[in-house]
Design a protein around this ligand. Structure first.
Ligand SMILES: Cc1ncc(COP(=O)(O)O)c(C=O)c1O
Length: 380
């Protein structure tokens, strides 16, 4: 992979050290150009609004098939959304509920899926049960199994958790759920674009994600996968104006078509540099080396998973004697390193996202900075 060429395509990398793709991925010029040109056409009056709208809708109509091909699904199983949260709303609002139905979440959900589950409890009287994550996937699977009861209706977990970057055993959990007639909904926004995701192989019912992280695409884009066989159980939130027997019936209004040009360009960019497999290999190698280097610094502790089956390119660590926000502020202010603090579970630390486009010198700067901070706190 030609990292120098790739970095030349991503203008945002010119500013400081960028280690926050799990927050916002940096778009290549092709994505920015697709969106800018789309808007420019409309605003410049070079085409009539109705011709522009028709052209945008035609381009957008091709996108579900492209997304499906990228993520191992069928075109008719993909609805375009603007965010992960919108996908969650479509699923939690579109299933039928009885008071006392149980929904399982993990103890490390991002506020968007967490609040969606809590909203369901408020509206429908559902009971939200929390399963504690373990880096040992068998232990975690055992906990999930122990928490399931005859009232369990839905398991909704992050495929990769937001703070510590733990990859959950999605395929095994979907297997457990399917055998018991339980639906599964996944928050995939820290997984898609980070490593290959094959939706049919995972075997879940619903999978919601956005485009603005590891897919390097615009904010305001995303998609919801609805397994073909699950569509009979999911009601659209509005009467679809064009019920066509596909997941597009779940879309809720006039879409941001021009932004989807950007999502298409983002997928093309990722495919053009080799696709999910080489991207995962490149970033995985760098993340592994970073973990080892951080581990060797006195006073630094890796708080995310170290196990091959559950670790990812999100590397979370803490420094003895320092709060995560303090470390995060120092890295940003003293070394211009973009990252963020982790606060969902103790100990608080810092989340580093290693992307395929991350350079060795960016990681060197981080390791030097962390060594300095740990030393300043009196760690030997
Ligand atoms: C795991 C996870 N879920 C959801 C979100 C936010 O979702 P969206 O903005 O697409 O609704 C984030 C953003 O950081 C996240 O990390």
């Amino acid at each position: 992979m030609d990292i120098a060429w790739i970095r030349g395509q991503i203008p945002g990398l010119k500013h400081g050290v960028y280690l926050n793709t799990a927050g916002i991925g940096l778009s290549p010029v092709s994505v920015n150009k697709a969106v800018a040109e789309g808007y420019q056409q409309l605003r410049s009056g070079s085409v009539s609004t109705s011709d522009w709208y028709t052209a945008m809708r035609a381009a957008e109509a091709e996108l579900p098939a492209r997304i499906a091909a990228f993520f191992g699904a069928e075109a008719g199983e993909i609805a375009l959304t603007m965010s992960t949260g919108e996908g969650y709303g479509m699923v939690l609002g579109g299933l039928r509920w009885q008071p006392g139905d149980e929904v399982l979440i993990t103890n490390e959900e991002h506020p968007v899926p967490l609040q969606a589950a809590q909203g369901l409890a408020d509206r429908e009287g559902a009971i939200v049960k929390v399963v504690e994550i373990d880096q040992d996937k068998d232990l975690f699977l055992h906990r999930v199994e122990q928490t399931i009861t005859p009232r369990t209706r839905l398991i909704c977990f992050s495929h990769v958790t937001t703070d510590w970057g733990t990859r959950l055993p999605a395929r095994e959990i979907c297997g457990l759920a399917r055998a018991r007639g339980i639906f599964t909904l996944w928050d995939g926004c820290q997984a898609v674009g980070q490593f290959p995701v094959d939706l049919h192989e995972i075997g879940g019912d619903f999978y919601a994600t956005n485009g603005y992280k590891w897919l390097l695409s615009p904010m305001g884009t995303g998609f919801l996968y609805v397994r073909k066989g699950a569509q009979q159980f999911l009601k659209p939130l509005r009467q679809p104006h064009a019920p066509d027997g596909t997941a597009r019936q779940y879309e809720t209004g006039t879409p941001a078509s021009v932004l989807y040009l950007g999502l298409g360009a983002g997928l093309d960019f990722l495919a053009g540099i080799g696709g999910p497999q080489p991207i995962a290999a490149e970033a995985g190698r760098k993340a592994e080396s970073l973990r080892e280097r951080l581990d060797a610094i006195p006073g630094v502790r890796i708080i995310g998973s170290r196990r091959a089956e559950t670790r990812t390119c999100i590397v979370a660590f803490s420094i003895e004697g320092m709060d995560g926000n303090e470390v995060s502020d120092a890295l940003r202010n003293r070394w211009q390193i973009a990252q963020r603090a982790t606060n969902i579970n103790a100990p608080s630390g810092v989340r580093i996202s290693v992307a395929f486009y991350t350079s060795d010198s960016e990681l060197d700067t981080l390791v030097e900075a962390v060594t300095t901070l740990a030393g300043e706190k009196g760690n030997p």
